[in-house]
Design a protein around this ligand. Structure first.
Ligand code: PLP
Length: 353
């Protein structure tokens, strides 16, 4: 047949059947969503589903605007943040010049560039996995920055990003803040000052709602106007009525989420110490996962043996520079103690063969 599209899709971590496993491979939250979400679910009136959801998801947009202390006019909701990111790539990168992002970052960025025919260049991260923004060329089509970055867990400061916004006033800088709540700095306060900044967020990681599929973008009225025109050109009702209701409830429970996400950060610090005692080198993380490597035993060996023990983590054999690293999501204290025990056993076993 002729005319069929050829494309290499993004490959997410696997979603195995959930019973009897420890799932630390896709950076989901270790804890359940807020009790307010459960209540919103229980009191949802199914009869309302015969109507379309509100076009602007106004209740959710207003709750988000209140949470971030910004006008509602700057907020656009989406079906997961993958959706708002895909919209942003299509909306803001129509130039001939390549856009720039790191060689080690969210695997979806190059996929969208291919899908939407956007020229791009991947910038090799430094030895310590930092992104040398000052080394970017003077001419470019835009920059995409996961902050903190995945899978490295390293973040940039607001000051560094502000310098970037000033350097390219007529290019859009997208900042993907999927992991901000776990120790990163947010640039949302800069949206008031920089028309060229677009920030994306998700309910998947810090709000414990990956299965609900809700994300959003925050940007100037000018950028929001463009993104909403593109959104309304193919799927205006991307966030359904149930998702809107539950995400709104989650947005209203800042206290609960602060508590569980602080807990995850504390667990992360303990787990990093356990890793250090086992001889691992771990990149200091500002996210709910760590990237770690062992000097004697390969990531593949750990990956396979952890899987035998029903513990799912991630590694990236195709990414040469981190092929020997494991990316491990931070679960509960109990889960991480168990992971450390299994890692210790693997090391002992391997050293005895
Ligand atoms: C998880 C993740 C996302 C998207 O998640 P959604 O579930 O689509 O909201 C976006 N960017 C990064 C860096 C992520 O890790």
């Amino acid at each position: 047949m002729k005319g069929l599209r050829k494309i290499q899709p993004y490959v997410p971590g696997e979603q195995p059947a959930l019973t009897g496993i420890i799932k630390l491979n896709t950076n989901e939250n270790a804890y359940p969503p807020s009790p307010l979400v459960t209540k919103a679910w229980q009191t949802f009136d199914v009869a309302n589903l015969r109507y379309y959801s509100s076009l602007a998801n106004q209740s959710l947009v207003d709750a988000l605007a209140q949470k971030h202390h910004i006008p509602s006019q700057w907020v656009t909701t989406s079906n997961g943040s993958d959706d708002i990111l895909a919209l942003a790539f299509q909306s803001f990168f129509q130039s001939e010049q390549p856009i720039f992002f790191p060689d080690l970052t969210y695997g979806f960025y190059p996929v969208w560039c291919e899908l939407f025919h956007i020229p791009y260049q991947e910038v090799p991260l430094e030895k310590d996995f930092s992104f040398a923004l000052a080394a970017l060329p003077n001419q470019l089509g835009g920059v995409v920055l996961a902050n903190p970055n995945a899978p490295t867990g390293k973040g940039k400061t607001v000051t560094e990003i502000e310098a970037l916004l000033q350097r390219y006033p007529d290019r859009v800088i997208i900042v993907d803040e999927a992991y901000q709540s776990f120790g990163g700095e947010s640039v949302i306060p800069l949206v008031a000052k920089y028309e060229n900044l677009y920030v994306t967020r998700t309910f998947s990681k810090d709000a414990s709602l990956a299965g609900l599929r809700v994300g959003y973008g925050i940007g100037s009225e000018r950028l929001t106007g463009v993104i909403q025109a593109v959104k309304n050109s193919y799927n205006p009702y991307a966030v359904d009525m149930i998702a809107e209701r539950l995400a709104t409830a989650a947005t209203q429970d800042t206290e609960y989420y602060q508590r569980i996400n602080q807990k995850i950060c504390a667990t992360r610090e303990q787990f990093c110490q356990a890793l250090a005692q086992l001889g691992f080198t771990t990149i200091p993380s500002q996210t709910n996962f760590v990237l770690t490597t062992h000097p004697l035993i390969s990531a593949k060996t750990f990956f396979d043996k952890l899987k035998e023990a029903r513990i799912f983590v991630r590694y990236f054999p195709d990414k040469q520079r981190i092929a020997n690293y494991l990316r491990i999501t931070i679960g509960t204290d109990e889960e991480m103690v168990q992971v450390a025990t299994v890692l210790k056993n693997i090391i002992e076993e391997e050293q005895n063969v």
